[in-house]
Design a protein around this ligand. Structure first.
Ligand SMILES: Cc1cc2nc3c(=O)[nH]c(=O)nc-3n(C[C@H](O)[C@H](O)[C@H](O)COP(=O)(O)OP(=O)(O)OC[C@H]3O[C@@H](n4cnc5c(N)ncnc54)[C@H](O)[C@@H]3O)c2cc1C
Ligand SMILES: *[C@@H]1O[C@H](CO)[C@@H](O)[C@H](O)[C@H]1NC(C)=O
Ligand SMILES: *[C@@H]1O[C@H](CO)[C@@H](O)[C@H](O)[C@H]1NC(C)=O
Ligand SMILES: *[C@@H]1O[C@H](CO)[C@@H](O)[C@H](O)[C@H]1NC(C)=O
Ligand SMILES: *[C@@H]1O[C@H](CO)[C@@H](O)[C@H](O)[C@H]1NC(C)=O
Ligand SMILES: *[C@@H]1O[C@H](CO)[C@@H](O)[C@H](O)[C@H]1NC(C)=O
Length: 562
């Protein structure tokens, strides 16, 4: 692998960390900083030992064994900077990948680079220079493997890319290099309706999958951002509106085919519903955010669609009453298919944007999906109505036709656009930005944390709306702001995350860590937790080529300030 180690030393173009370092000659970039200082002591003593050995008749001098790392974790300070291949290495890698895939599956067009570089919705944006140089589009697991072998050989930084809808800066090419887009892996591989499972390639979208399954009376649970693909969804452990009933991504994956950073292909399981067979390799790649390799195929669990489903819209005077109602529904053992809460501001935005025919009451509102057979449905609606009324509901309506159902749910689906429309108006700024936050807390803490968050944002004079996947204790505050408010927003978001952690919650319920939440993850799992993740990362990707700087720090010389 290191046979063609680099002879020249090309000067770096920019001193900043995110440019690949093209001055590498060292074959072992992950050698711990402490390790190298140790070996500098080791060698003189070895020569001394060799001298003694020679005196006593041993003539063969064995090379010093590499120091064995005995630690179970890796601290950031144990590492040196990442060392990528030279510019010539990079060009050679691109040449070999082009020969492998054909010119038509490689792109350096500005438009493709833009599309793999940033989106409006991300909370964090690439800094100058943090832009992929080349997009490559392999067409099969085997091609991914061959591409990764080349990338490994020439030590090129790489970021896997699927739908590009992630929100925390997950696919930013922080080290430039290659963006590996799985778009061409868009086939359904095997459908086992009887076993309620399906195997798909990486870039099948959840919306296309829903369309495919619909005629079979089946559904797949997670429903994140429009345009998200199954492999990206695995990589962020996403969820969406249905998670309270059908679980998050981690509950819905039976097996993965993954290609590791050195090109090795691994299939984590066959397709049993349960298994106690060894380490959970599937689980390891759920939520790994492209830092451990490329997912190329996924076997998913499916669910039977409820015979009938309706949407109930329930109004309350306060967020507390709305979340109390949710707890009361749980306490009765009633399973709803979705429980979404939109706060007063959000309802105002929906009215303002006029995306639906109806004018809505501008109060905290629950959107509930209730499903079952016609008889059960009737009973459920009755119970839910009673329970919510006891919790203080001031209004209850449910869809009696398919069109009404569409209309009611469309209000829920339009919230992001509605919020932005509204904010452009009240802020009188066509360049209004949106900061989408995401935290989760135990359900009993939810109303308190939401209320404190709303008050905090009000006190700062910021424009905001709140949306809760309340069944999971998960909520998003959308903060809409002018450029000059950016600092204020960042501080308010900091306080929100601190508040969630102080209430025994998590810094991210479903959007993942990316670059946006690294510091909070450190607070959440502690330094030991992160050091363990780093050790796992290095075991699988010792060259640190894969999506560097995401989830946790992997280079002591990196200081990203977005
Ligand atoms: C309008 C909007 C609404 C949203 N609503 C929700 C919501 O309700 N719930 C929710 O959970 N999320 C939501 N999201 C966030 C987003 O949709 C999810 O994070 C989704 O899972 C990302 O999938 P993707 O295919 O777009 O991944 P990408 O953005 O392409 O990538 C995400 C991460 O996965 C890695 N990756 C991509 N493909 C692979 C692969 N083949 N192998 C290994 N790693 C890979 C990337 O490197 C990156 O780190 C929303 C986003 C938007 C824009
Ligand atoms: C690793 O182990 C060495 C030797 O036991 C110890 O000195 C060092 O502090 C450890 N490092 C970590 C990160 O625990
Ligand atoms: C891509 O990233 C660069 C920073 O390198 C930034 O200037 C540019 O605006 C980004 N492009 C898009 C489409 O956001
Ligand atoms: C392993 O992980 C997968 C995906 O997260 C999950 O569905 C499965 O239940 C896990 N299995 C075990 C035995 O924990
Ligand atoms: C995935 O999400 C589920 C539910 O939110 C959580 O229990 C699990 O720990 C997550 N897994 C990872 C690897 O983040
Ligand atoms: C909403 O208005 C449009 C256009 O007037 C109409 O086609 C549609 O049927 C209406 N929807 C409902 C649910 O009334």
């Amino acid at each position: 692998m290191f046979a063609r180690s680099v002879k020249r030393s090309v000067p770096r173009r920019t001193p900043s960390f995110f440019k690949p370092r093209f001055n590498s000659t060292k074959p072992t970039p992950t050698t711990p900083a402490s390790g190298s200082s140790k070996s500098s002591l080791l060698y003189p003593s070895l020569f001394f030992a060799a001298g003694i050995a020679a005196t006593f008749g041993y003539f063969k001098l064995f090379p010093a064994p590499a120091p064995i790392k005995t630690n179970s974790t890796t601290k950031l300070s144990d590492l040196g900077p990442i060392e990528y291949g030279s510019e010539e290495d990079f060009q050679q890698a691109i040449k070999e990948i082009t020969e492998l895939l054909g010119q038509e599956h490689i792109s350096t067009l500005e438009t493709s680079l833009d599309a793999h570089n940033d989106t409006f919705f991300q909370t964090h944006h690439p800094l100058p220079g943090q832009r992929p140089r080349v997009i490559v589009y392999p067409g099969s697991t085997e091609e991914v493997s061959k591409v990764l072998k080349i990338i490994h050989k020439y030590k090129v930084p790489v970021v896997p890319f699927s739908g590009g809808t992630s929100l925390e800066g997950q696919f930013i090419a922080s080290r430039s290099g290659i963006s590996l887009d799985v778009t061409r892996l868009d086939k359904i591989v095997e459908f086992n309706a009887k076993d309620l499972d399906i195997t798909v390639q990486a870039a099948v979208g959840w919306q296309d999958l829903a369309e495919y399954l619909n005629p079979h009376g089946l559904l797949f649970g997670p429903d994140p951002g429009p345009g998200a693909h199954i492999s990206g969804m695995c990589s962020t452990n996403c969820s969406g509106t249905n998670a309270a009933r059908y679980g998050t991504m981690k509950d819905n994956v039976l097996s993965l085919t993954i290609v590791l950073p050195d090109g090795t292909i691994v299939k984590t399981k066959k397709r049993p519903r349960k298994s106690s067979a060894g380490y959970n390799l599937t689980g390891l790649f759920i939520g790994a955010e492209g830092t451990l390799g490329v997912i190329t195929e996924i076997t998913l669990k499916l669910h039977v669609k409820p015979e009938q489903e309706t949407i109930a819209v329930v109004n309350f005077n306060s967020v507390t009453e709305a979340t109390d109602a949710v707890s009361a529904i749980f306490a009765k053992g009633i399973q709803l298919n979705a429980m979404e809460m939109l706060d007063t501001n959000m309802m105002k935005c929906i009215n303002f944007a006029g995306t639906t025919n109806k004018t809505w009451k501008e109060v905290p509102t629950l959107f509930l999906k209730i499903g079952g057979s016609p008889v059960i449905l009737k009973e459920l609606i009755k119970s839910v109505k009673e329970i919510t009324k006891a919790s203080g509901a001031t209004g209850f309506e449910f869809a009696s036709t398919e069109e009404e159902k569409e209309e009611l749910w469309s209000a829920r689906k339009a919230i992001l656009w509605s919020s932005i429309d509204y904010a452009k108006h009240v802020l009188n700024d066509q360049n209004t930005k949106a900061y989408i936050t995401d935290v989760a807390v135990p359900v009993s803490r939810l109303s308190k944390v939401i209320a404190e968050t709303q008050k905090d944002l009000d006190d700062c004079g910021l424009t905001h709306t709140v949306l809760g996947h309340v069944g999971d204790g998960n909520f998003h505050a959308l903060v809409l702001y002018r450029e000059d408010e950016a600092k204020e927003v960042k501080m308010a978001v900091d306080r929100l995350v601190e508040r969630a952690l102080a209430n025994e919650g998590t810094c991210t319920g479903e959007h993942g860590v990316g670059v946006g939440k690294r510091e909070y993850l450190l607070k959440e799992v502690g330094e030991e937790g992160i050091d363990l993740m780093r050790q796992i990362k290095l075991a699988i990707d010792p060259l640190r080529l894969f999506n560097a700087d995401k989830v946790f720090k992997i280079d002591p010389t990196e200081h990203i300030e977005h």
